[in-house]
Design a protein around this ligand. Structure first.
Ligand code: C2E
Ligand code: CA
Ligand code: CA
Ligand code: CA
Length: 278
């Protein structure tokens, strides 16, 4: 909590002590996850809103710890970010995503564009551009077939600094998208200056839009804003046919969510593509 001193009164409860222990446990196990081969990537399809044709896949990190079993990204990514481990893990994700795209290509699937999530710490540590350039070169990956997703809050936290990092990334020729858009209070001034290609509407708006007119209005406003700035707009978390229809009517460009496909292991992607191909 950001409420300052008062919250400290509640800090040292047995409950918090347990949570702190769990956190330390996760952090120490995570430290060995790469060398023990416990990390993997799942891939979730993203489709064209008009035709439902495949646009690309998003790489989503999975951790199955030998001792702890599967741990969800919402649990371990924040820990990896706070401990700094996300820099090494993120480099592993980038290399693995590029290797997987090359493997699909070698299986005759053609080029499947891949989106990769990148954390604030990776963006700021200065190695990201080099790591990405090397991984693409090592696997013969076309930069235009890689998309980097950065959350809106990450970018706006240090907007001036982010601008420099984004330009360096963009100079590689990759696509850039702002993730969880609508939750991070973007300055429109920066939005216009960032060298970005896409906005990804946060799934909380998509989830509530059928029942809540405010959320529907926000979704439409984001699509309008994105198109005015010359950006493509993606909706994530699309779970129902009704949501897909509403997003299509709102001129959203791309859709992602359980309705079209869950995150799946890479070996399932070829079958998924064959099923949806006309
Ligand atoms: P995200 O980037 O917003 O990814 C989308 C999340 O929504 C994924 O959760 C995905 O499984 C889930 N999702 C997709 N479609 C639907 C749907 O229709 N309904 C619902 N309810 N959920 C849906 P996941 O895989 O648990 O990842 C959670 C978050 O962890 C990601 O959110 C991202 O912020 C982070 N993350 C995952 N992989 C990486 C990574 O390699 N690097 C970094 N830095 N962060 C990652
Ligand atoms: Ca994402
Ligand atoms: Ca998101
Ligand atoms: Ca709401």
């Amino acid at each position: 909590s950001k409420s300052g001193g008062r919250s400290m009164v509640h800090f040292f409860t047995p409950d918090m002590d347990e949570r702190a222990q769990k956190r330390l446990q996760l952090e120490s196990h995570l430290r060995r996850a790469i060398e023990r081969d416990e990390l993997s990537l799942c891939f979730q399809p993203r489709v064209q809103a008009r035709s439902a044709a495949l646009v690309g896949v998003e790489a989503l990190l999975r951790w199955r710890s030998d001792e702890l079993g599967p741990v969800s990204p919402s649990e371990f990514i924040p820990i990896a970010e706070e401990s700094g481990q996300i820099v090494d893990i993120g480099a592993w994700v980038i290399a693995q995503a590029c290797a997987q795209q090359a493997a699909w290509r070698d299986q005759g699937l053609g080029t499947v564009p891949v989106s990769i999530n990148v954390s604030a710490l990776q963006l700021r540590d200065g190695m990201l551009t080099g790591v990405l350039r090397d991984a693409m070169a090592a696997h013969g990956v076309l930069p235009s077939s890689i998309e980097i997703e950065i959350t809106e809050s990450t970018l706006m936290d240090a907007a001036e600094q982010s601008l420099t990092q984004l330009r360096a990334l963009k100079s590689l020729g990759v696509q850039l998208s702002i993730d969880d858009f609508g939750t991070g209070y973007s300055s429109l001034n920066y939005l216009n200056r960032f060298p970005i290609d896409k906005l990804k509407i946060d799934r909380s708006f998509v989830h509530d839009m059928l029942d809540d007119p405010t959320d529907l209005a926000i979704v439409r406003a984001i699509v309008g804003l994105g198109h005015t700035l010359g950006l493509r707009v993606v909706a994530e978390g699309v779970e129902s046919v009704e949501e897909a229809a509403l997003l299509q009517a709102a001129h959203c460009d791309e859709l992602q969510g359980y309705l079209f496909g869950r995150p799946m292991p890479p070996e399932d992607i070829p079958d998924w593509i064959r099923q949806v191909a006309p």
